[in-house]
Write a protein that binds this ligand. Structure first.
Ligand SMILES: Nc1ncnc2c1ncn2[C@@H]1O[C@H](COP(=O)(O)OP(=O)(O)O)[C@@H](O)[C@H]1O
Ligand SMILES: [Mg+2]
Length: 228
């Protein structure tokens, strides 16, 4: 699925300061093709998460449109958009997004449960994913018993479980060591090359060499850096 953003922007209100509105994302055009790993780099506060949220149907832009295979996401009503997102767009959020009372295994299935998907084939797929990311022994563990890096990998298994057409990961390697960072970046690139649309958002330079398309974000604006 190709995702296309045209002229999207987002302003936020900030209480302090002279002017109360500021642009987190300035008017931006962007296309995310399937079959490619797009990497969006930029320092903290440059607007990456805001842009990802708009692209994934989570945050309505102030201007412009986001279309997925030609369908305008924000002209759908809430129910339609939720159903569309659940089936086709998966987001791995920045930060810690697990339910503390559920085991790692249950957390891997959380989004599928919420989407009402009860497919037998998800069990072997979940096992395979946990194996691939080196956490097969942590199925019964509770989040409080897991390290930041292990939690991150649980979240990644969850994002991949339903084999979404579009996968967007916000700082997925923030608390991983070098070896696991390479494993995750490799997996995301593989997933893209299987024909999916993958966006990786990061402030870390490790990802550059994995990118099929590299985008740089600076103070709410996107640029394409010159090839090195
Ligand atoms: N809901 C919000 N309300 C007000 N300001 C916000 C909100 N979300 C993000 N911001 C601000 O917008 C800017 C961009 O944030 P963000 O998109 O999270 O950047 P990044 O992901 O690149 O670190 C930051 O200055 C941040 O403080
Ligand atoms: Mg962010």
């Amino acid at each position: 699925m190709d995702l296309k953003a045209q002229n999207i922007s987002k302003r936020f209100y900030r209480k302090a300061g002279e002017s109360n509105y500021f642009y987190a994302v300035r008017e931006t055009d962007l296309e995310l093709p399937s079959g490619a790993l797009s990497v969006l780099m930029g320092r903290s506060g440059s607007g990456k998460t805001t842009l990802l949220s708009m692209l994934s149907g989570l945050l309505s832009p102030d201007t412009g449109t986001v279309t997925a295979d030609g369908r305008d996401l924000y002209s759908m009503d809430d129910r339609k958009l939720s159903a569309f997102r659940a089936a086709r767009i998966s987001v791995m959020p920045q930060g810690r997004a697990v339910l503390d009372t559920l085991s790692a295994w249950e957390n891997v299935f959380l989004n599928a449960r919420i989407a009402g998907v009860r497919d037998e084939s998800l069990v072997p797929r979940a096992l395979e994913l946990m194996e691939r990311f080196g956490i097969p022994d942590l199925k019964e563990a509770l989040p409080k018993e897991l390290s930041g890096g292990e939690l991150r990998r649980v979240m990644l298994c969850r994002s991949l479980l339903l084999s979404p057409e579009v996968l967007m990961c916000d700082e997925p390697t923030g608390d991983l060591d070098d070896q696991n960072t390479a494993l995750v970046l490799d997996s995301l690139r593989d997933y893209a090359h299987q024909g999916h649309t993958v966006l990786l958002v990061t402030h870390e330079a490790d990802a550059v060499s994995y990118a099929d398309r590299l985008l740089q974000m600076d103070a709410g604006r996107i640029s394409t850096p010159d090839p090195v």
